[in-house]
Design a protein around this ligand. Structure first.
Ligand code: BTN
Length: 263
């Protein structure tokens, strides 16, 4: 596993803003938490917080995110989104596409997206993304958004009890990609995407990478099944369009509900 250093990152980085400042930690509670505190203290856009391990990694829907040393990239990027980006859901969808591209740029693995923004390789979750945003006093624009990304590098580092559902970018017998190149590729792709933010630039790719469209899905609230149906599409606000078994069509908002696809 390569050592992450600022000097090595800078050699791979082509950005003007993202990664203008790095904070690198051996151990931290949560890189998202650290980036949010920096945002609240007035830190400008671009800070990237990276840790070798997190002891209180945060996941979506209030869950924790296991973040052991030695097999992961745990990073958070501070954005001060432009006024046209009002919806964190679209921002996260755009970043999912960027991370998928970055994974493919540094490995031979194909990355799919499971709605909302889990990345899958060889049928297993390899990456989760958590965006935590604060609304500006005007009530419309986002004051900041912290996009946190956790990626597993190798199947070899996944604990036995999680191997059914989680994996790494590389199979156990293949050398995992350089974490430095992966982080830089994520930042390079994301900056290019946000330079001119428009759903037209990522939604069709988001759909074509989806491993959920066309599948039977079970809708979950607080982990418990509430309904089931067929995933038909992802709409222009990155909501999942589902035909429930009753025939009713629903556009699901990522904040309210998650889904389990029958692969
Ligand atoms: C999920 O799968 O529910 C989202 C997981 C997001 C994990 C990343 S790791 C870096 C950043 N810091 C955190 O505490 N969480 C995100």
């Amino acid at each position: 596993m390569d050592i992450i250093s600022e000097a090595a990152l800078r050699k791979e980085l082509h950005t003007a803003v993202l990664g203008n400042r790095f904070e690198l930690y051996q151990t931290i509670d949560s890189t998202n938490l650290r980036a949010k505190l920096a945002a609240q203290a007035g830190e400008p856009e671009g800070l990237c917080v990276i840790a070798e391990e997190q002891i209180a990694g945060r996941g979506r829907l209030g869950r924790s995110f296991l973040s052991p040393r030695g097999n992961g990239v745990y990073m958070s990027v501070l954005l001060r989104p432009s006024p046209e980006i009002e919806q964190p859901a679209l921002l996260t969808a755009a970043v999912s596409v960027c991370v998928a591209r970055a994974i493919e740029a540094v490995s031979d693995s194909r990355a799919e997206i499971k709605w909302v923004n889990d990345l899958f390789v060889r049928g297993k979750k390899v990456c989760g993304i958590l965006t935590e945003a604060a609304v500006a006093p005007d009530g419309r624009q986002l004051a900041y958004a912290v996009v946190g990304i956790g990626v597993n590098l190798s199947d070899a580092g996944i604990p036995e009890e999680l191997r059914e559902i989680a994996g790494g970018i590389a199979p156990a017998d293949v050398t995992p990609p350089s974490r430095t190149r992966l982080i830089a590729a994520i930042l390079n792709e994301t900056e290019e995407m946000l330079r001119a933010f428009s759903p037209d630039r990522f939604l069709s790719e988001y759909r074509s990478r989806s491993n959920v469209i066309g599948k039977q899905v079970t809708l979950l609230r607080n982990g418990a099944p509430t309904d089931s149906g067929t995933a038909l599409d992802i709409d222009d606000q990155a909501r999942l369009v589902v035909r429930l078994n009753s025939g009713e069509i629903k556009h699901l908002n990522s904040g309210e509900i998650s889904c389990r696809a029958e692969f």
